[in-house]
Design a protein around this ligand. Sequence first.
Ligand SMILES: Nc1ncnc2c1ncn2[C@@H]1O[C@H](COP(=O)(O)OP(=O)(O)O)[C@@H](O)[C@H]1O
Ligand SMILES: [Mg+2]
Length: 251
Amino acid sequence: MNSLLKAENVHKSFNGVNALNNFSCDVHENEIVGLIGPNGAGKSTLFNVITGFIESENGNIEFIGKVITKYPSHKIIKLGISRTFQDLRLIKQMSVLDNILLCFNNQQGEELQNIIFKSNSIAKVEEENKLKAHDLLRHAGIEEKANDLAGTLSYGQQKLLSIICCLAADSKLLLLDEPIAGINPEMREKILTIISELPSKGKSVILIEHDMDFTMRICNRLIFMDAGYKISEGTPEEVRNDPKVIEAYIQ
Ligand SMILES: Nc1ncnc2c1ncn2[C@@H]1O[C@H](COP(=O)(O)OP(=O)(O)O)[C@@H](O)[C@H]1O
Ligand SMILES: [Mg+2]
């Protein structure tokens, strides 16, 4: 399997507390890697460092063979990594459709020369993006919500929308931070289906999730981390049965 993302010895501390302790991991093409561990283990920090929201103190991150360690977020997104946030970060006063449209990676409109010289092609791309956004909403079963304000959706639907926004970027790698936390069983199944289809569409996922059953069902591999360290890594079965993991969960 080809390597997609490689993080090596990534280190980040906050006020003397090591959130990432020389952490290394690999993600291959077309796989779902579950990142599990207690609160404060450093899971979201890893996402922040990979996506350029936080700069690591040490270490190296490569994506498709390119060193991205010092890249700013917008460049990393363009290269093909998108993410959701634990606290969602939707624009609640905008429509569901507009939230999705903001996330497409193919927009040319921001540059002045494009506005002046390419208005027809911009309009065409925007029209195509709208169609794709409706397709994504239809696939997720919430197309009727397209024109509603994002803030009026239920919490589960907002979680689903944040995943749809992530899909709109058509990235090779999706980083999903607790996509099913706090939502009902029906919505969990829907989200499980959407995530589990991604490898067959040429995408890889790192999934932060506390629910062991969910990760066991959906992940090809699991990484268990605690206090910024990688404690265990392997198939879901191997990690679940690792005495170090059992000990950490019982404590
Ligand atoms: N921006 C920040 N400023 C200060 N401390 C932070 C920040 N982000 C994370 N931390 C600390 O880093 C550690 C790891 O946090 P986090 O990555 O959010 O853990 P997890 O996602 O596994 O629950 C925690 O001790 C947390 O308090
Ligand atoms: Mg977190």
